[in-house]
Design a protein around this ligand. Structure first.
Ligand code: UD1
Ligand code: MG
Length: 458
């Protein structure tokens, strides 16, 4: 990679084809906005300057790109116009500027290698465009080469003749341009084209008319896909999922059915963890080593300790911090709770806003009642506590170490260490009452059924 270059990411477009109220670059792939994928890959190249062109009144985009520098393009008048907006920031820069579209979430650090390699071979070229070969060039700009193999011009799909449309070498939107040339030429762009926009791609024709040399490099289309519509977004998601699964398996994670597991860009899973079919990882998940996660679990914002067992059918929500060897069974939900090592909640429980000490056992159907309809409260469950089945633990509540909670209890008062708490009605026994009740019911039914028959004879 070259020592000196600046990077400019274009993200101010309207994203019309998404048909969305949300800026296009904030749509997500693998739980992360498109623009953050691009920023991550470009940032890894360590440019001397890194700036993003965004639209006006886009505080959410500013937040998503922080702490990156940005400039505002007041009106979305095209990619060339967007670059011109960056003149205030990069106008005095003298080396190359790497331009990348903010809607290409599959780029990685390596994606740009052919471009920088070409720059080494072509130090005099004013512009080098990273192209890609596609059997059907679809919406991409076609790269029209001169007889000497240099780049003559780029024609946008909407402006192509039939012959140009058939060209299988297209622009990825990524290019390396000498900064002084770039800002000189984008100032001269016209908008005489199908979309009435100032196309950055027209810089090539302009450069050539001034006797400057333009070149191409060839990149991997699987990494350079642009997202302009919902179906392209879904396609990018599918490609990214495959990449993330492969990366996890490479690092020692087993997936029984990888194609059914969904990961986020930030999902971290330790080696020898086995993930069953249909498990979904949302943002912010860290899983330790040797963890077992059988089928149908939904995990978001949770940290799972080594050798834990989660599911099947478990739901871990943000703030679930599970120690080593914790067991979370079917239909158990954990939110904003710290479970120390060895805690077991094996069936049908809810632990919300709680702290659970080592080796505590949470019985089937037991619930922390953390919400009174207005505020949320915490439940502290000590080390070694045994909570029987179907207990309602009404927060705020503290249960001391070693205490036992009887099944079916509604616990509203703190329980000291090693105490047994019962919070349920005492059982009564009536010998023979069931049999007597059945006899009475049978007699009632017989009497009722006899009446309509008498009516029928009249
Ligand atoms: C663009 C290229 C096309 C290339 C393709 C690669 C142009 C004219 N066309 O087409 O040759 O094959 O990318 O994906 O450059 N943007 C702004 N301000 C604007 C317009 C766009 O910042 O006024 C930003 C968008 O947010 C987007 C990027 O520039 O991130 C590209 O714009 P987009 O509308 O997606 O261009 P394409 O039609 O994909
Ligand atoms: Mg695009």
């Amino acid at each position: 990679m070259p020592a000196s270059f600046a990077a400019l990411i274009l993200a101010a477009g309207k994203g019309t084809r998404m048909r969305s109220a949300r800026p296009k670059v904030l749509h997500e792939v693998a739980g992360r906005p498109l623009i953050q994928h691009v920023l991550g890959a470009v940032g890894a190249l360590k440019p001397q300057h890194l700036a993003v062109v965004i639209g006006p009144n886009q505080n959410d985009v500013v937040a998503a790109i922080a702490p990156a520098d940005f400039v505002i393009q007041r009106q979305p008048k095209g990619t060339g116009h967007a670059v011109a907006a960056a003149k205030s920031l990069l106008g005095r820069y003298t080396h190359d500027i790497l331009i990348v579209a903010g809607d290409a979430p599959l780029v990685t650090r390596e994606t740009f290698k052919p471009l920088f390699d070409a720059r080494k071979r072509q130090p005099n070229a004013a512009v080098i465009v990273l192209g890609m070969r596609l059997a059907d060039g679809g919406p991409y700009g076609r790269l029209i080469l001169a007889d000497d193999g240099s780049l003559a011009r780029i024609v946008e799909a909407a402006d192509c003749t039939e012959e140009e449309r058939a060209v299988d070498f297209v622009s990825s939107g990524v290019m390396l341009v000498k900064a002084p040339v770039l800002f000189d030429l984008v100032g001269q762009l016209a908008a005489h084209n199908a979309q009435g926009e100032q196309y950055l791609t027209d810089v090539i024709g302009l450069a050539r008319s001034k006797g400057l040399i333009c070149r191409t490099a060839e990149g991997d289309p699987a990494e350079l896909l642009g997202v302009n519509s919902r179906d392209e977004l879904a396609y990018a998601e599918a490609v990214m999922q495959q990449r993330l699964r492969w990366r996890a398996m490479e690092s020692g994670v087993s997936f029984t059915a990888p194609e059914t597991v969904f990961l986020c860009a930030d999902t971290k899973i330790g080696r020898d963890t086995v993930v069953g079919p249909f498990v979904v990882f949302g943002p912010g998940v860290k899983v330790g080593e040797g963890v077992s996660i059988p089928a149908f679990c939904h995990i978001v914002g949770a940290t799972i300790g080594d050798h834990a067992r989660i599911g099947p059918f478990a739901r871990l929500r943000p703030g679930a911090l599970l120690g080593t060897e914790v067991h979370i069974g079917n239909f158990v939900e954990v939110k904003n709770s710290r479970l120390a090592s060895g805690v077991k909640a094996n069936h049908l429980a809810y632990l919300g806003d709680s702290t659970v000490g080592e080796d505590a056992n949470i019985g089937a159907g037991s619930i922390t009642c953390n919400y009174d309809g207005v505020e949320k409260f915490r439940t502290n469950i000590g080390k070694g506590v045994f909570v029987g089945t179907n207990a309602s633990l009404v927060a705020p509540l503290s249960i001391g170490p070693g205490a036992m909670i009887a099944a079916g209890s509604v616990i509203t008062d703190n329980v000291p260490a090693d105490a047994l708490a019962l919070g349920r009605a005492r059982q009564r026994l009536k010998p023979g009452a069931a049999k007597a009740w059945r006899a009475r019911r049978k007699a009632e039914i017989a009497a009722r059924d006899a009446k309509p028959a008498a009516k029928g004879r009249r």
